[in-house]
Ligand binder design. Structure first.
Ligand code: GDP
Length: 306
């Protein structure tokens, strides 16, 4: 996973070991690192943040031995990446659901899934429902995508296979009403979690984004999860920024990481939105949803680099 981004970091450390650092050379090396990171889907502002800091730190250090320099570069780069992740709060979803379940009025915990068409939202809804079912929570899914042809049938197939109740209306119905139906059903039947699928809003369409904001107002979700396709590179960042503005999501699922995603999107989304990545989608099966662990992501990137 994320092999290309990993090799960009290791190549920066490697190249520096082989040179003595004149001003000009330092500038050239930083330019190469910048290019490598941009090619690996790290957003420009994030790249600038990393290399500007590294430049200052390298200029301040009086390193004679090449191996010391390699170690320094690796440590500083790793520090920059770790800092990006440590600024972000983590969310213990299961604990939050448990806490809601302990409340006396036993309202359901409401999770809203957001993201553009094709990002893997519906598949992730099904994977997440299975994950919660495995943990012993009762679940209802709301088919809030009333726009895309086939979306309701797709969810109905998933929920049938998983043995999970689906609440739906006809195509063209108000998504906020479908979402509310799900919440009402859960209240009546004392169900722990409502998972709401939504239509794939293009972030450039203001009307559609407003409609999404309306669903948020109506059902007041406990957790809003933004689903984004890691393969979309820089567009993933602009989607994330726009969705954050309109919906104020709480966390992210990065999908299709199995399909040669470069890894920069993970770093950039966290740096730009300050929201945690909760899970990675690593395939098309129900169990292909794994928790994202920042420490593992960072140590994988720097594993074996000298
Ligand atoms: P939606 O339009 O956002 O609801 O997207 P879908 O859930 O319909 O997914 C679009 C396509 O991406 C489908 O073919 C899914 O099987 C596929 N997909 C979703 N998540 C993943 C993933 O993590 N890895 C891979 N390889 N494919 C995925």
């Amino acid at each position: 996973m994320f092999e290309k981004l990993k090799s960009a970091f290791s190549s920066a450390a490697q190249t520096l070991t082989e040179r003595s650092l004149s001003e000009k050379e330092l500038a050239e090396l930083m330019a190469k690192l910048e290019l490598d990171l941009i090619e690996n889907d790290v957003a420009f502002d994030v790249v600038k943040g990393i290399t500007d800091r590294l430049k200052v730190e390298l200029q301040e250090e009086k390193i004679r031995r090449r191996s010391d320099m390699a170690h320094l570069v690796k440590t500083r780069l790793k520090g920059s990446i770790q800092a990006a992740f440590s600024n972000v709060e983590t969310i213990d979803i299961f604990e939050r659901i448990e806490a809601t379940r302990r409340e006396s009025d036993r309202r359901p915990f409401v999770v809203l899934f957001l993201g553009v068409n094709g990002s893997g939202k519906t598949t992730t809804v099904a994977k997440f429902a299975k994950l919660l079912a495995n943990k012993g929570f009762s679940i209802v899914i709301s088919a809030g995508d009333t726009h895309r042809a086939g979306a309701i049938e797709q969810l109905s197939e998933h929920s049938g296979r998983l043995g999970i109740k689906l609440v739906s209306q006809r195509y063209g119905a108000d998504p906020a009403a479908v979402a509310r139906d799900g919440v009402n059903y859960a209240r009546t039947h004392k169900i722990d979690v409502v998972i709401i699928d939504t239509a794939g809003r293009m972030q450039t369409s203001t009307n559609l984004m407003d409609e999404m904001a309306k669903i948020v107002r109506v059902v007041k979700p406990d957790l809003k999860i933004f689903v984004v396709d890691a393969l979309t590179g820089n567009d993933a960042i602009s989607q994330a920024t726009k969705f954050l503005e309109f919906t104020g999501f709480d966390g992210v699922v990065l999908t299709k990481v199995d399909a040669d995603a470069k890894g920069g999107a993970a770093l950039s989304i966290v740096s730009e939105t300050k929201k945690p990545i909760l899970y990675l989608g690593i395939g098309q099966e129900y169990d292909d949803l794994v928790p994202f662990i920042p420490e593992t992501f960072v140590s994988n990137l720097f594993e074996n680099s000298s």
